[in-house]
Design a protein around this ligand. Sequence first.
Ligand SMILES: NC(=O)c1ccc[n+]([C@@H]2O[C@H](COP(=O)([O-])OP(=O)(O)OC[C@H]3O[C@@H](n4cnc5c(N)ncnc54)[C@H](O)[C@@H]3O)[C@@H](O)[C@H]2O)c1
Ligand SMILES: [Zn+2]
Ligand SMILES: [Zn+2]
Length: 405
Amino acid sequence: MPDNRVVVYKSPGEVAVESIDYPKLELPGDVVEGLGIKKKAPHAAILKIVTTNICGSDQHMVRGRTTAPVGQSLGHEITGEVVEAGEDVLFVNQGDICSVPFNIACGRCRMCNEGKTGICLNVNPARPGAAYGYVDMGGWIGGQAEYVMVPFADFNLLKFPDRDQALEKIRDLTMLSDIFPTGYHGAYTAGVSTGSTVYVAGAGPVGLAAAHAAQLLGASAVIVGDMIPERLGQARSFGCETVDLRNDAPLADMIEQIVGEPEVDAAVDAVGFEARGHGKDAGEQPATVLNDVMGIARAGASLGIPGLYVTGDPGAPDENAKVGQLGVRIGLGWAKSHSMTTGQCPVKQYNRKLMNMILSGKADIAKAVNATTISLDEAPQGYQEFDSGVARKFVIDPHGMAPAA
Ligand SMILES: NC(=O)c1ccc[n+]([C@@H]2O[C@H](COP(=O)([O-])OP(=O)(O)OC[C@H]3O[C@@H](n4cnc5c(N)ncnc54)[C@H](O)[C@@H]3O)[C@@H](O)[C@H]2O)c1
Ligand SMILES: [Zn+2]
Ligand SMILES: [Zn+2]
């Protein structure tokens, strides 16, 4: 039986690749004990991982900004080849190459039946919703690894139609496990449609994916804001306008210079709780982006908030923020009749159609986020570079299966 190796969190700023057991068709202890579900998982499959990406969500843990314990296994953006399917798996087979939504979902509960797979009730005793390799998310083993177990495989796996085509397009298809659907969810729930003017806060991979999604939805102008020039350059490389938030000018003024009025039709927060304030040397101000999007979205707008907010942040700048209580100017949002969509992206609502956009050549997500392939042993370096703010989305290729770019 092959061994397995996985990326684990060691200390703030440090990850390592360590050996762990080869996965079994069994549910994690937390889920079994906490929810009283059978350990044996004939509904699960084991995947040999083709690609698995590093995410800004991993960085929150690796920066020590969550309650993740040392030894937490990492990785929730998984694409893999089925190497073993349990006896209750009917519709995926050995050799199929599949995208794995980062949300783990049972396919059998009330939430799953409503398509709300980000808040499945049967996969995490602590709260609704689970993910691979994430703190407070059910104790599922991470997928920045060689092999991983995927439960409820018929429900969770999205099979690619053709193996050769899948490998050829893998740098795009690997984004279906999280950031492409998540960015799309941000733009879609912000109500972007033909002709919309859109502001996307954050030029990290999720912000760039939201910007590309807004283009696919027909936006007339997509403005991306960040304070990292290289990332803003990446946004411009595929046709976005940008605002540099190191400037002291009010955001509304910078937006007015681009679209002729100091507001937009739709706004997306692709930053989350580690947001920085505007201006040259501003420190962290966790509510900045929430206040920005309420400030510049027109009355009646919807706000897409895929940026992550936590209930426990040991490194928060003040006591309130340590429990996720932020200085949000809700009075302004209320006065403007805003609505907002928060939470995990329900990946399954979007991944099949976005796969079709990739396979038909209509979406260029790998180019938009500058997908960069590395080996599993290079993961620690990938984490460091990503944290330094480079304009890259790191894609780990543990078995050397992805063709050269
Ligand atoms: N909801 C979901 O399902 C989901 C899924 C994936 C990621 N996320 C979250 O989305 C967020 C973005 O992910 P990412 O991988 O792009 O992370 P990232 O850390 O690479 O990017 C965040 C970017 O925001 C910029 N930023 C900081 N303060 C800002 C401000 N005030 N205005 C504008 N930009 C600012 C940073 O410079 C950085 O470039 C993270 O919080 C991540 O956890 C959520
Ligand atoms: Zn992710
Ligand atoms: Zn469920």
